[in-house]
Design a protein around this ligand. Structure first.
Ligand SMILES: [Zn+2]
Length: 129
């Protein structure tokens, strides 16, 4: 039987990790009533304001960039450092909220490549000259 930390159980509830990880937790919860009781206790503590700084950080998704940053990421308008962080955030950590944001932004971006290049030009410093 898989062992989970308190943080991993709460991450399952908050859907902060990949669907594969959440499936493993769910499978364990279905077979282990003491694990369900432990999760219920954790949720009760959290609902009654027993927060750590880390819990507040995760609950309010402070490490998740705003949607405008993801739009810039998709259009490759960001520097290497920030782009690498964002890639790590969605690909390694597997943030499902940000992945959904990216998917949504990609669906909305129906402009042609020429329109995107023009917009990119005017958003750069060259467009301000
Ligand atoms: Zn995120």
């Amino acid at each position: 039987m898989a062992q989970f930390t308190d943080d991993e159980l709460l991450a399952y509830v908050d859907e902060r990790f990949s669907t594969d990880f959440c499936a493993v937790v769910e499978h364990s919860l279905r077979r282990n009533s003491s694990l369900c009781e432990r999760l219920a206790t954790l949720l009760s503590l959290r609902d009654h304001g027993d927060f750590s700084v880390g819990e507040l950080w995760r609950q309010y998704r402070l490490s998740c960039p705003p949607r405008a940053v993801w739009a810039a990421y998709i259009e490759k308008r960001l520097g290497d450092g920030l782009s690498q962080y964002l890639q790590f955030h969605v690909e390694t950590i597997g943030c499902r909220v940000c992945s959904a944001n990216i998917d949504d932004l990609k669906r909305q971006d129906t402009s042609t490549e020429a329109e995107r290049r023009t917009r990119k030009f005017f958003q750069s410093s060259a467009g301000n000259l």
